[in-house]
Write a protein that binds this ligand. Structure first.
Ligand SMILES: Nc1nc2c(ncn2[C@@H]2O[C@H](COP(=O)(O)OP(=O)(O)OP(=O)(O)O)[C@@H](O)[C@H]2O)c(=O)[nH]1
Length: 775
């Protein structure tokens, strides 16, 4: 590219006059140029050559050295001139100050204050700038400009700004750490699995906290596993451990130690520590068959004359010695007491002596006793009593026993039958020997060297001594001074008395003693334990009391036909126990067989007792202890039975037709029980006299005992607890007037539609069919 170079530009660069350049061009190139005309390349070379020929150098170094020296000299000159000027200026000022009377230093300061504006460039590329220093400087500058109040305001404002920013910083910091924490935990969880302890049941949010996870995470995992839970739901161990495993956690079952576990030693005994113990025997049988007589004979026959005076003390249980071996008798004849104790959890008895009068044979209570003993799983020895009587027929008794699955030993069975007489005392030693033999076969053993455990046989409140309880030690040894918990009673054993009224310091296995020192009266059948810590024992009793209260409020899980299927589903029911009561023996057998045939793979139907007659207290007790249902055919429960059944939530089902009963139980087992209606008794009336009127028939002059009697209502006629007819009330009269209904406490005349064979004392049970909802 050609550079356009004008004459004046060349002259300027060469530091010469433009005229000189024009002259050189005219002289050496023969061209006339003006200052603004451009030069040709050759013309330019001529001009350069001409003006530079006298400035040729040997080398460039020499040139630069010369040039630098020149610059330095010029700068020196400049500095000297500056100095000169400054000093001159100072001198003039000093003279001026002298005239005004001020110190020269002050003058200097005043002069310096309005600083000249200077633009400075700070190279930050490699320098660490101390910004604080600048801030300080600006603050000072600001201070100097502001008056005091402004400054204060600004300080407050500044502080506020600072605080806010600090808070913001803090908040940010907190949020960060929380996020970081979660991240860290998630990472840790994967890297090193955490171990969680999970109890039998756990609340979801508690599980989350143990897993160091959020509730949302746990709920999500549970949801993905097909379980819908919320934070406050309680889940079982299995579900919780599955969720925990999803979090890569190692699961350990948390063992919750209850107070019971802390203070009650319930470890299994080592065989080496076990020693033989005396058998505990109970006597059962039908009324008047001789239970009390036999117990008396046994007690007196085994008391030496020296001890005879001491027998006055009666403690509900006693020990006798036979051939050097002890037998403990519970002095509570009758299966009711026995079953009451069993219902409370006490399995105190090893052997039951079933007393059957040889002249009377097996009677209804004998059957009850057999079934109570069987339900408790105790060994039975039959004492065929009253052998001294002329009408004694032991063979007949044995024959009857076989009908109740008690086959006598001499007939190839395993039930020992001992003929005895309480009157002549004949056979009593044989009976006791048999008891010992059975005890030996049962290998009854206990460990006397541990804290005592047993059951309360009976208890009462003594005015002077406070609560008194007869305890049967079943294992371990009870000492005077021991802390004892019996049901909801607690206390320290103050005094101990044995069955002969003697004060004792300790009582070993199978030994009955009477103790004082409890804070309240326990119930017969309550389990007692000697414990290690009184404070915890009192706490335990409080817990038990609270639990008992709770249970009273909550519906108890007694089996009923309504909840049977649920219980079967939950696997709680393996056997359906039934007690059958009917008006005739034939019905009992028929129902027993039909019901037992209903057994299926899941549930076995087991008729534990069958009998003829009204449903009584004993039936309800047995049902309560065995968790059974009572089924009645053409029979009714007596008043005590009704009250007890209601209190203990025992289900009593009444039928008139066997087929209905079978069908209902079968549908209950299949979970298809859906009775929409049920019979409700609305009133009872008792026949006081019978009036026969030719044109009308039999009119029963009756007294309404309770409820209301309604015309056209359904009615059952009950004679001695047995239903003898089911009919409808055809007419109802008060004196000569026909009425619709008659209330409790009034007399009336009742005519039935069909049944005429009414008698004085018969009861009219008037009922209605009502619809009801299942709970
Ligand atoms: N002849 C005879 N009579 C006896 C015998 N055992 C008991 N008795 C009588 O039978 C009756 C009833 O005897 P208890 O011992 O009271 O009968 P129980 O079974 O205890 O009767 P409850 O307590 O009412 O259930 C009494 O009058 C006794 O005297 C016996 O072996 N022979």
């Amino acid at each position: 590219m050609m550079i356009k170079y004008k004459v004046n530009e060349v002259a300027k660069d060469l530091g010469v006059n433009s005229k000189k350049v024009i002259e050189v061009l005219d002289k050496y190139c023969g061209v006339q140029k003006k200052t603004t005309t451009t030069l040709e390349e050759n013309e330019l070379n001529v001009v350069f050559d001409y003006f530079t020929q006298d400035k040729n150098l040997d080398n460039l170094d020499a040139y630069y050295a010369k040039r630098n020296a020149g610059i330095e000299e010029a700068e020196k000159k400049k500095d000297e001139e500056k100095k000169k000027r400054k000093e001159e200026h100072k001198r003039q000022k000093a003279e001026q100050a002298k005239k005004q009377g001020k110190a020269p230093a002050q003058q200097e300061k005043e002069h310096q204050a309005p600083r000249r504006k200077e633009s400075r460039v700070i190279d930050t590329s490699a320098v660490v700038v101390n910004v604080d220093k600048y801030n300080e400087k600006y603050d000072n500058m600001a201070d100097s400009k502001m008056n005091r109040s402004d400054r204060n305001k600004s300080q407050v404002k500044k502080q506020k700004i600072n605080q806010r920013s600090q808070q913001r910083k803090k908040r940010q910091g907190k949020r960060e750490t929380e996020q970081e924490r979660l991240k860290r935990i998630a990472a840790e969880r994967k890297a090193k699995p955490i171990t969680v302890q999970i109890p039998e049941e756990i609340v979801v949010q508690e599980l989350a906290s143990r897993l160091k996870a959020t509730v949302a995470e746990v709920v999500k995992k549970a949801f993905l596993m097909g379980t819908m839970v919320t934070a406050t739901d309680t889940i079982d161990f299995d579900t919780a451990s599955l969720i925990a495993m999803e979090f890569h956690a190692k699961v350990e079952k948390e063992v919750v130690v209850t107070i019971e576990e802390q203070i009650i030693d319930d470890t299994e005994d080592d065989d080496a520590n076990l020693v033989p113990r005396a058998p505990v025997v109970v006597v059962m049988g039908h009324v008047d068959h001789g239970k009390t007589s036999i117990l008396d004979v046994i007690r007196h026959a085994n008391v030496t004359s020296s001890e005879a005076g001491g027998i006055t003390q009666h403690i509900g249980a006693y020990r006798v010695q036979v051939n050097g071996k002890d037998i403990t008798f519970l002095d509570t004849p009758g299966h009711e007491a026995f079953t009451t104790m069993r219902a409370r959890g006490a399995m105190a008895t090893d052997i039951a002596i079933l007393v059957v009068a040889a002249d009377d044979g097996i009677m209804p209570q004998t059957v009850e006793a057999i079934n109570h003993a069987k339900a408790a799983g105790v060994s039975v020895v039959v004492a065929i009593n009253k052998m001294d009587k002329p009408g004694a027929n032991p063979e007949n008794v044995k024959q009857q026993l076989t009908e109740y699955e008690l086959v006598p030993e001499e007939w190839g069975g395993d039930t020992p039958c001992i003929p005895v007489s309480a009157k002549t005392k004949e056979g009593i030693p044989d009976l006791l020997e048999m008891v010992l033999l059975i005890a030996e076969m049962k290998e009854l053993k206990a460990n006397p060297d541990r804290q005592a455990k047993g059951c309360v046989i009976e208890a009462r409140l003594d005015k002077g001594r406070g609560p008194i309880a007869t305890m049967l030690v079943q294992n371990g040894t009870l000492h005077q001074g021991d802390i004892v918990v019996a049901g909801t009673a607690v206390g320290r054993v103050r005094a101990m008395t044995n069955d002969r009224g003697r004060k004792v310091k300790e009582a070993g296995p199978s030994v009955p003693v009477e103790i004082t020192g409890l804070d309240e009266v326990p119930q017969g059948g309550d389990i007692f334990n000697a414990v290690s810590d009184e404070r915890l024992a009192r706490q335990l009793v409080e817990q038990r009391k609270a639990k008992a209260k709770e249970e009273l409020f909550n519906s108890r899980t007694k089996v009923t036909l309504d909840n049977l299927f649920d219980q079967m589903k939950q696997g709680e029911m393996k056997e359906l126990q039934i007690i059958v009561k009917a008006d005739v023996q034939g019905s009992v057998e028929a129902v027993r067989q039909s019901l037992e045939k209903l057994s299926n793979d899941e549930v076995r139907v087991n008729v534990i007792h069958g009998g003829v007659g009204a449903i009584n207290e004993s039936d309800v007790m047995l049902a309560n202890a065995s968790n059974a249902i009572i089924v009645g055919f053409n029979v009714r429960p007596d008043a005590t039975a009704v009250a007890n059944a209601e209190r203990e939530s025992v289900d009593i089902r009444l039928y008139s037709i066997i087929y209905n009963c079978i069908e209902e139980i079968e549908s209950a087992m299949k979970g298809m029980l859906a009775p929409k209606t049920r019979e409700v008794v609305i009133g009872n009336a008792e026949i006081r006299n019978i009036i026969r009127i030719k044109s009308v028939g039999v009119v029963a002059g009756s007294y309404v005992k309770n409820g209301t009697i309604k015309r056209n209502a359904q009615v059952r006629v009950i004679r001695d607890g047995v239903v003898i007819a089911d009919d409808t009330i055809a007419s109802l009269q008060r004196f000569k007037d026909a009425v619709k209904e008659v209330n409790e406490g009034y007399e009336c005349g009742i005519c039935l539609e069909k049944y005429n064979d009414l008698r004085e004392g018969d009861i009219f049970e008037v009922y209605e069919i009502q619809e009801y909802r299942e709970d």
